[in-house]
Design a binder for this molecule. Structure first.
Ligand SMILES: NC(=O)c1ccc[n+]([C@@H]2O[C@H](COP(=O)([O-])OP(=O)(O)OC[C@H]3O[C@@H](n4cnc5c(N)ncnc54)[C@H](OP(=O)(O)O)[C@@H]3O)[C@@H](O)[C@H]2O)c1
Length: 249
């Protein structure tokens, strides 16, 4: 249980779902962990759930001013980071005719612009030889109706893992992506769908997963641990699809 001993990791959107499960797993593997989130109350709740062991930073991943001050705030806690898990993200669904500029901008601002500038602004504090992990989605590989904007944001991140791995070669910083299939987290409750619609979506999506169930956030946390640890020292610019076979089979 010490695959991340002596490493410091920052997880964006670490107060819920996959980010929270990853914070828990990283702590168990011996890392120092910082989580960010856009709600002070949610961060405090997560900190309690993690027995007070994490540092928290209030930072909106869709706001460039917040992102610009992130490195300074990190340095008040630690001089450097070994691992950055770019996880904060939102998913909203609408058929093409119903997509508004707001729907487009909200998702691109958080999922792509926020991800890119978080990496750019934190690069000075990421150690040479560090690991950056992007949380994408199997949606990037599918033609799922009503998900054009969400899927496009995730497809953009997949390429970022490769281009940035090339650009960061001189610093030996590896950039990789995780593409989860459907994972049981609160994300669907934030889509604007009714509780009934969410339940309908969950039961229908389960039938599309060959393994016969949704994933647990802890199963993605373990993949993140692989990319964060030296076990993946020869792995860069790639993607690990963890989807119960949804697009792989
Ligand atoms: N669950 C799935 O089926 C699934 C599948 C594939 C990929 N993913 C990806 O996995 C990542 C994590 O999602 P999740 O399923 O764990 O959902 P979640 O439980 O809603 O977690 C998302 C986290 O990101 C945070 N976040 C959202 N917008 C933010 C912003 N502007 N600034 C800072 N934090 C922000 C959320 O904060 P709040 O608590 O304030 O909302 C929350 O902590 C997302 O990028 C998602 O696209 C999820």
């Amino acid at each position: 249980m010490s695959r991340l001993k002596n490493k410091t990791a920052l997880i964006t959107g670490g107060n819920s779902g996959i980010g929270l499960a990853t914070a828990k797993e990283f702590l168990e593997q011996g890392a120092n962990v910082i989580i960010t989130g856009r709600s002070a109350a949610a961060l405090e709740k997560a900190k309690k759930e993690l027995n007070g062991q994490v540092h928290t930073i209030l930072s909106n991943a869709g706001n460039l001013n917040d992102i610009r001050s992130l490195a300074k705030e990190v340095q008040q806690i630690t001089p450097h980071l070994d691992v950055l898990f770019v996880n904060a993200g939102i998913g909203k669904f609408a058929p093409v005719e119903a997509v508004t500029e707001e729907h487009f901008d909200e998702q691109f601002n958080t999922n792509v612009k926020g991800a890119f500038f978080t990496i750019q602004q934190l690069l000075p504090v990421i150690k040479d030889g560090g690991s950056i992990i992007l949380n994408t989605s199997v949606a990037a590989h599918m033609g799922m109706a009503s998900s054009s904007i969400y899927s496009a944001t995730k497809a953009a991140l997949l390429n970022l893992a490769r281009t940035l791995s090339t650009e960061l070669l001189p610093r030996k910083i590896r950039v990789n992506a995780i593409s989860p299939g459907p994972i049981a987290t609160p994300i669907l409750d934030k889509t604007g769908l009714t509780a009934e619609q969410v339940e309908g979506f969950k039961s229908s999506i389960q039938t599309q997963v060959p393994i016969g169930r949704m994933g647990d956030p802890s199963e993605i946390a373990k993949v993140a641990t692989f990319f964060a640890s030296d076990d993946s020292s020869f792995v860069l610019g790639t993607e690990l699809i963890a989807d119960g076979g949804m697009v792989t089979l």
